[in-house]
Design a protein around this ligand. Structure first.
Ligand SMILES: NC(=O)c1ccc[n+]([C@@H]2O[C@H](COP(=O)([O-])OP(=O)(O)OC[C@H]3O[C@@H](n4cnc5c(N)ncnc54)[C@H](OP(=O)(O)O)[C@@H]3O)[C@@H](O)[C@H]2O)c1
Length: 120
């Protein structure tokens, strides 16, 4: 979460000046408050905080050409996800790339998985 904030602090002012930018915070369903349980507390809480940052930054940049969203890639076969994960890297990246290439009237301040809005 702190990394995403630092990167945004470095880059978003220039996006606002240019009136164009797309920020995709790579989150997880583990951070969903709607279904929060006991799974991986530090990780889950950091993703909840990241989602809160998505809402804050989206509100702060609304109307300036910058769209800010959170995405969950699903369970992906990376070093973190491990070889048993159900999704390829390409499948995991799909929603992230889609959000990075949103048209001007695309959503901002949302949380998406498989290109669909999901609960916070
Ligand atoms: N894989 C899944 O199933 C899954 C599910 C839900 C959400 N996610 C989210 O997707 C994102 C990517 O995960 P992944 O599966 O690609 O994980 P990964 O394979 O473990 O890769 C993590 C990446 O983060 C970098 N990194 C770690 N600590 C860092 C630090 N302190 N400063 C800078 N870079 C750092 C690593 O760099 P090095 O290679 O240099 O170490 C690596 O490139 C994460 O935000 C994760 O929470 C993943």
């Amino acid at each position: 979460m702190f990394g995403a904030v630092a990167v945004s602090q470095a880059f978003v002012p220039a996006m606002v000046a240019l009136k164009y930018g797309r920020v995709v915070n790579v989150s997880s369903t583990a951070g969903q408050l709607a279904s929060m349980g006991t799974y991986a507390p530090a990780y889950s809480m950091s993703k909840s905080a990241l989602n809160a940052f998505t809402r804050q930054l989206a509100a702060a940049t609304r109307g300036h050409g910058v769209l800010v969203n959170s995405a969950c890639p699903g369970w992906v076969r990376t070093a973190m996800g491990g070889p048993a994960a159900t999704r390829s890297v390409a499948e995991g990246a799909d929603t992230i790339v889609w959000l990075a290439m949103l048209p001007a009237r695309g959503p901002t301040g949302g949380f998406f998985k498989d290109r669909q809005p999901i609960d916070w």
